[in-house]
Design a protein around this ligand. Structure first.
Ligand SMILES: Cc1cc2nc3c(=O)[nH]c(=O)nc-3n(C[C@H](O)[C@H](O)[C@H](O)COP(=O)(O)OP(=O)(O)OC[C@H]3O[C@@H](n4cnc5c(N)ncnc54)[C@H](O)[C@@H]3O)c2cc1C
Length: 503
């Protein structure tokens, strides 16, 4: 089968690309996805999001043991369904601080990635209730700002930050991010909205769009610096697809794995996995990084904590470790309020309704890891090593974030709620050791195919892959440096910007 554009992966980016690129009826677009259309009703129930991992529609990757987190192995959830990880995520919509994207502009050597240049692409995907110069209302992805639904505990938490001098923001998608606000959410009428629902389902009847589900992309066939065919594995057997243009949208893990299985990458890594090197690209899989959260400062509640009417983790407060009176510029730490108990696997889970949790984390970690293949086949598990908490910067900032979480717990506004700290607990002397055991992924791995101006970078600023003429990479893997907050909004903007550039 031959098509004009073959999009590999129907995740957060892939569904937007399929929508935008098939809008031109003259362009034949084929979208290939390993998973199927989601059918589990739990996926669409916002409150269920922490419970739906490790089900069949989660790739459920594992890291190698992490020296920085007490030798622990971390589970990395990734959606294996139409909509990809937008079917598993916590639905928080936050772009990041403008400085995060201005930095992308510098790193890529292309001002098109600066905040002001990206703003129309952010807005084009957004469906806020009201259009403003900073918020889009005509995009397909609903963005809800909770008001009456906000939990009373979270209201007190936000007041606690105000008491400490942090501003109360309407949401985190203004020009300043430092402050506390209810999380803006990708929810409509009480249901999660995936990119599959928002962008793909409405255009499924386009005659020029073909969607193939249950199909795992195994390898790219490469000849004369181009991809000449894509080997796909389906329950019905193997097949080869061909296209003029191939777009990789399989995410931060899926893209480098496919490229490495196909012979693109670091010759040493490929040789160790038994794959002949066809295209040398040493940076592929490197630069892997992720946000982590400490889970958590857990407090006994003085009164019953009713269940969240949203998705439990209702507010993040971004801030500067330099002081609570710093209200401009990019934040470097964050504290979040979770209405339910939230702890890592190292601690017993407290009973719901009797405790609440303050998560704490670092917005711009400097730890950098690597992802590699271990063999040539789809069944060969990847080696994922984020090298969590391997820099002084990250460990120091984590301590500052933990201190801030304790500060807000001690405010007057929280007095009616806080019945005493359970974790780390007043007797805990070694807070660094606690952090090592409490840190969990915030689920934002990026940068294995990072864009950059230098010839070493995996993709160019236009997201074309260096070394293969007809291949582009469009998803979270191209992010060169993680923005301060959750990255889904940035992934949507990346896909929107790329599609807009295709004419
Ligand atoms: C539990 C969790 C909570 C999160 N919470 C938030 C949040 O609240 N806010 C936020 O902004 N971000 C959040 N994120 C992060 C965000 O969801 C992801 O960063 C984003 O969805 C990534 O988009 P993507 O297009 O790069 O990849 P994905 O959406 O993961 O899409 C990749 C697609 O490729 C498919 N694929 C992979 N390999 C193959 C293959 N070999 N063959 C065929 N198909 C393949 C996958 O099945 C998937 O559909 C969260 C993520 C998780 C997992």
């Amino acid at each position: 089968m031959t098509t004009d554009v073959l999009i590999l992966g129907a995740g957060s980016a892939g569904c937007i690309l399929a929508n935008r690129l098939s809008a031109d009826p003259a362009r034949r677009v084929t979208l290939v996805e390993a998973g199927g259309f989601p059918t589990d009703p739990d996926i669409f129930d916002p409150a269920m999001w922490p419970m739906i991992q490790r089900r069949p529609y989660d790739w459920d990757y594992r890291t190698v043991p992490q020296p920085g987190t007490a030798g622990r192995v971390h589970h990395w959830a990734r959606g294996r369904m139409v909509g990809g990880s937008s079917g598993l995520h916590a639905m928080f919509h936050l772009r990041g601080h403008p400085a995060d994207f201005d930095r992308w502009g510098v790193m890529s050597g292309d001002a098109g990635w600066s905040y002001d240049a990206l703003l129309p692409h952010f807005r084009a995907t957004e469906g806020y209730a009201t259009e403003t110069p900073l918020h889009g209302a005509r995009g397909e992805m609903p963005v809800m700002i909770p008001e009456a639904e906000t939990h009373p505990l979270v209201r007190s938490y936000i007041e606690g930050w105000q008491e400490l001098g942090l501003p109360r923001l309407p949401d985190h998608n203004g020009r300043e991010v430092i402050g506390a606000a209810p999380n803006a959410l990708m929810i409509r009428d009480g249901r999660r909205v995936t990119t599959g629902e928002a962008f793909l389902r409405p255009v499924l009847d386009r005659p020029n769009l073909t969607v193939i589900t249950g199909a795992e992309v195994h390898r790219l066939r490469i000849a004369a610096g181009r991809v000449t065919g894509v080997e796909i594995r389906t329950p019905g057997g193997d097949t080869v697809l061909a296209a003029g243009q191939v777009i990789l949208s399989m995410g931060t893990i899926g893209d480098p794995l496919l490229l490495m299985r196909s012979g693109v990458g670091n010759p040493g890594v490929l040789a160790a996995a038994g794959v002949p090197c066809r295209v040398e690209r040493r940076a592929l899989g490197r630069n892997l990084h992720d946000h982590m959260l400490g889970a958590g400062v857990v407090c006994r509640a003085r009164k019953p904590v009713a269940p969240s009417r949203l998705q439990h983790s209702e507010s993040l407060a971004y801030q500067s470790s330099r002081g609570l009176d710093v209200h401009t510029g990019a934040p470097d730490i964050v504290v979040g309020c979770v209405v339910a108990p939230s702890v890592s696997e190292c601690f017993p889970m407290p009973a719901p309704g009797e405790t609440f949790t303050l998560l704490f984390g670092v917005t711009h970690p400097t730890s950098r890891g690597e992802l590699t293949i271990t063999g040539p086949d789809l069944a060969d598990a990847p080696r994922i090593d984020p090298r969590y908490l391997s820099t002084d910067h990250d460990r120091t900032a984590f301590r500052a974030a933990l201190d801030r979480a304790r500060m807000v717990a001690g405010t007057r506004a929280m007095r009616d709620w806080n019945g005493g700290e359970i974790l780390p607990g007043p007797g805990m002397r070694d807070l660094d050791a606690f952090i090592q055991r409490a840190a969990i992924t915030h689920h934002h791995p990026v940068a294995t195919c990072a864009m950059g101006a230098s010839d070493d970078a995996v993709v160019r600023p236009d997201l074309s892959l260096r070394g293969l003429d007809n291949v582009s990479v469009v998803d979270a893997s191209v992010i060169p440096a993680i923005p301060c907050g959750p990255i889904h909004a940035a992934v949507m903007a990346i896909a929107q910007k790329f599609a807009a550039g295709q004419g």
